[in-house]
Write a protein that binds this ligand. Sequence first.
Ligand SMILES: Cc1cc2nc3c(=O)[nH]c(=O)nc-3n(C[C@H](O)[C@H](O)[C@H](O)COP(=O)(O)O)c2cc1C
Length: 141
Amino acid sequence: MKLTVIYWSGTGNTEEMADLIADGARDAGSEVEVKSVDEADPRDVGACDVLALGCPSMGDEVLEEDEFEPYVASIENAIKGKKMALFGSYGWGDGQWMRDWVQRMRDAGAELLADGLIVNEAPVGDDIERCKSLGRLLAAE
Ligand SMILES: Cc1cc2nc3c(=O)[nH]c(=O)nc-3n(C[C@H](O)[C@H](O)[C@H](O)COP(=O)(O)O)c2cc1C
């Protein structure tokens, strides 16, 4: 089983989540590749069994617009039936960006394996286990 984790992170919080999810998946025996979105290619979608995408809430409850949004748009036609999970960090909002993103990926036909995982700012305390646990869940696919 190969998990690919692709993320954007401005101040490192979503990157920490990506690394924790990867740790959980590796501990459960999965092969894992973690990439910042600037290193990602649309072909990465087809080259893994499960795809985890991570992006914080930016703008006004939207995905980061310069790199991550174009990447998501570039794969939207290729994710029908894809096993996926979404995650990201947020600040002052109520998680609307994640609800919108989950709906968008479902509308594109993705099979979301878990609720979108959101963490307020940096992962601390229980957040760490929530991230690792998502990794283990994805590794079980
Ligand atoms: C330009 C900008 C816009 C943001 N917009 C939102 C927002 O609409 N809602 C929210 O909850 N947090 C917002 N945030 C807060 C970030 O989502 C939060 O700080 C998050 O932890 C950043 O994750 P990162 O360290 O992975 O970049 C914004 C932050 C920045 C810098």
